[in-house]
Design a protein around this ligand. Structure first.
Ligand code: NDP
Length: 336
């Protein structure tokens, strides 16, 4: 098996030398264990946080071990006592960053077999990113029909779904920001956003005020920093912010922190509600999410994109590309 290890903890923006591709023999699966040949796995922004040795809501990756994350693969061998999965089953596992791996059978879920839905979708639009979009918009921000919604990181795995759910549910206006002209065109074209802008073109506050002259009622924050400050400026009274991520900060070092919003008193004046959330606290919402969103995916009523990098040996490129904004929609690695 080939697997990517964390060789040392990145300082600031990660370098390829922080990782090592390692080959090792897998032992035969032991009692309760299953061997899985991966087809694809996910690379995600939260993995950058796990590369630091600091307490967080998920434990740090350990040095000189394969990193993990969500994956889809086929069961190739089962150990003694395994009865609920069989060779040939397609399963969701936590075996990212490798081509083959061993998992406890009880940590696997069978991939739902739905016409018109590729198993890979369960890493993106029907997986944790999709659930994050749905829970963040509906439960955390309390979206209501008629709300004007702003989404940052709008062309990513989570953001590209947020705007479309808001549209399906009667948003008065949906605006997104992203980091390239191509992404902006995709948002206002295929995804049906009412407006979008490239946050690299001019100050966010300026571009957002122009795009939302009547203000915003919901801000779905994937970025933090300058975006959050601009959203607080433009927010209407009683607007709600789902604080989902702060990717502008993920490569900060202690010596060079990115400045946060400077207009916090406006939270008081405008009676804003800013609520952080972590999707794994809402796994009980997964069945309701799948029930609503699976038909949208199967019938093509939502558009989603995947940026697929081929080969475990290029997984680091896929991850660094994600941090640089090279992905549109879900960043995935396909195993050859
Ligand atoms: P994306 O698919 O959106 O990929 C990350 C994107 O972030 C890049 O494509 C890039 O797009 C953008 N980006 C990178 N650096 C910056 C920057 N300095 N400023 C603005 N944008 C930047 O990832 P996900 O959809 O998986 O995740 C989106 C956000 O949601 C992240 O913050 C992530 O941590 C968070 N998240 C939170 C969860 C939770 O439970 N709270 C669960 C899942 C995700 P661009 O070209 O536009 O710059």
């Amino acid at each position: 098996a080939h697997e990517v290890h964390l060789a040392r903890r990145p300082q600031g923006f990660p370098s390829p030398d922080d990782f090592a591709l390692v080959e090792r023999e897998l032992p035969a699966p032991g009692p309760g264990e299953v061997e899985v040949a991966n087809r694809s796995f996910s690379v995600d922004p939260y993995m950058r946080g796990r590369m630091n040795d600091v307490p967080s809501y998920v434990p740090p990756f350990r040095l000189d071990e394969a990193m993990d994350g969500r994956s889809v693969g086929e069961v190739t061998a089962v150990g003694p006592d395994v009865t609920d999965v069989a060779v040939g089953d397609l399963v969701l596992a936590n075996l990212a960053w490798r081509d083959h791996g061993l998992s406890k059978a009880r940590h696997l879920q069978k991939v739902p077999d739905v016409d018109g839905v590729d198993p890979r979708a369960y890493l993106g639009v029907l997986g944790a990113p999709g659930l994050t979009a749905w829970v963040g918009l509906l439960d955390v921000a309390g979206f209501r029909s008629g709300d004007a919604v702003f989404v940052s990181g709008a062309a990513g795995a989570v953001g590209s779904l947020v705007g479309q759910i808001a549209k399906q549910k009667g948003a008065s206006r949906v605006v997104g920001s992203a980091g390239s002209a191509g992404k902006v065109a995709w948002l206002t074209g295929e995804l049906g956003y009412d407006a979008a802008f490239n946050y690299k073109d001019a100050p966010v506050a300026e571009q957002l005020a122009k795009a939302m002259p009547d203000g915003l009622d919901v801000y779905f924050d994937n970025v933090g920093s300058e975006h959050l400050e601009a959203a607080i400026d433009v927010a209407n009274d009683h607007a709600r912010v789902a604080a989902c991520g702060a990717i502008a900060h993920y490569n900060d070092t202690d010596t060079d922190p990115t400045p946060g919003p400077r207009n916090l008193f406006k939270i008081v004046k405008k009676r804003l509600a800013i609520q952080g959330f972590i999707v794994t606290d809402s796994l009980d919402r997964f069945p309701a999410f799948l029930e609503e969103v699976t038909p949208w995916v199967a019938e093509g009523r939502v558009t989603f994109a995947e940026t697929v990098t081929e080969g475990v040996d290029h997984a680091v490129d896929a991850f660094l590309g994600l941090l640089r904004g090279e992905n549109t929609g879900k960043a995935l690695v396909a195993v050859r």
